[in-house]
Write a protein that binds this ligand. Structure first.
Ligand code: NAI
Length: 340
């Protein structure tokens, strides 16, 4: 199939081309993000391939449909950027990559914890400046600390297992608790309130839905244990960024590791060096020494990129052959999430 691949970067182009040796699709790479304005680039393409910061809203889908597109293949697990109701109405199938490497994302969440705790980002800069002093770099033992894992799906579970290895006590929250975590790791499912009260580290692994939008708002932040470290590798809008800035300024939140940011579209994945950053909230977040922002890179491992490319291209092949689309995502699934 001819597939229009949007928001292409060198890293995923290489992975897609390598995987395509097994499928033989015709891949046409476009740098712009997929939006209503750029959808016309896909004129005549039955399939388009979209990335996390595209805006596949009703207008974009209408434009794609008019151009002949019938399949939107997401190179992501999250699908909060797609209007699934409109896609369903237009008969456009949407497929995603539900699992490509939970380890990649979980390991990045833990990397943020370790870097923030042991001030690696500051130590690195200091030593390069020949400043070998240690003042201000004191961290804490992870062993024995309480980690709150919010969302214990694939990524949350992988993170829980790593923290268990550090000797942490695990408190979990999920709408569909998984008893294996309790059995194997001694984790306890508790209310969010308990996590807020007791967690030294809180890591977010729920999807972004209307129900989880600004899950971490000013009220939630206030309830958290003073000095808590907050990690978000889920989706930016799980956290109210302005409220987080307030809680960082007051010192109530000890540190924040953010791989995602609610207004990241159009900024993350781009090189803005030498330009003026227009987003004052992001700019303020970047001024805190105890905040570490990465540019939505938690998924970025060789293994994950290979799996993303392979699953995407195999879904495209299934669509082309009229075979069942095992990774299809439909509006009904989002409105009524399956309970495990
Ligand atoms: P998953 O579907 O395996 O797990 C999500 C878990 O959240 C499920 O256990 C579900 O029951 C739970 N959940 C859903 N709504 C909830 C709610 N309102 N309250 C409590 N629990 C709720 O998904 P997976 O693979 O673990 O991914 C989680 C999220 O991580 C994705 O939705 C995506 O947004 C984000 N992600 C971020 C990446 C990055 O590079 N930063 C890469 C991949 C995923």
């Amino acid at each position: 199939m001819r597939l229009a691949v949007f928001d292409t970067h060198r890293f995923d182009r290489e992975a897609m081309e390598a995987a395509n040796a097994r499928y033989g699709h015709t891949l046409v790479f476009f740098e712009p993000r997929l939006t209503a304005q750029t959808a016309q680039l896909a004129q005549g393409f039955t399939g388009v391939c979209s990335f996390v910061n595209d805006k596949v809203d009703a207008a974009a889908l209408e434009a794609l449909h008019a151009g002949g597109t019938r399949l939107v293949a997401l190179r992501s697990a999250g699908y909060n950027h797609v209007d699934l109701v409109t896609a369903g109405r237009l008969g456009i199938k949407v497929v995603r990559v539900p699992e490509y490497s939970p380890y990649a994302v979980a390991e990045h969440a833990v990397a943020l914890v370790l870097a923030l705790n042991r001030r690696i980002h500051q130590a690195y800069a200091r030593v390069r400046d020949w400043n070998f002093s240690l003042d201000g770099l004191v961290g804490f033992d992870l062993h024995g600390k309480t980690v709150g894992v919010v969302g214990t799906g694939r990524i949350g579970q992988a993170a829980a297992r790593i923290f268990h290895g550090f000797g942490c006590r695990l408190l979990c929250f999920d709408v569909a608790p998984d008893a294996t975590l309790e059995r194997e790791l001694g984790a306890r499912y508790v209310t969010l309130e308990t996590i807020y009260r007791e967690a030294d580290i809180l890591t977010l692994h729920v999807p972004l839905t209307p129900g989880t939008h600004h899950l971490i708002d000013a009220t939630a932040l206030e309830k958290m244990k003073p000095g808590v470290m907050l990690i978000n590798t889920g989706r930016g809008a799980l956290i109210d960024s302005r409220a987080l800035i307030g809680a960082l300024k007051s010192g109530h939140i000890g540190a924040a590791g953010l791989d995602v940011y609610e207004e990241e579209e159009g900024v993350f994945f781009q090189d803005f060096s030498g330009k003026v950053l227009q987003d004052d909230v992001l700019a303020r977040l970047l001024t805190f020494p105890n905040v570490l922002v990465t540019s939505h890179q938690a998924f970025l491992t060789r293994e994950a990129l290979g799996n993303i490319a392979d699953t995407t291209l195999s879904s495209v092949q299934a669509f082309e052959r009229g075979a069942p689309l095992v990774h299809e995502v439909k509006a009904e699934q989002v409105l009524r999430p399956p309970v495990r």
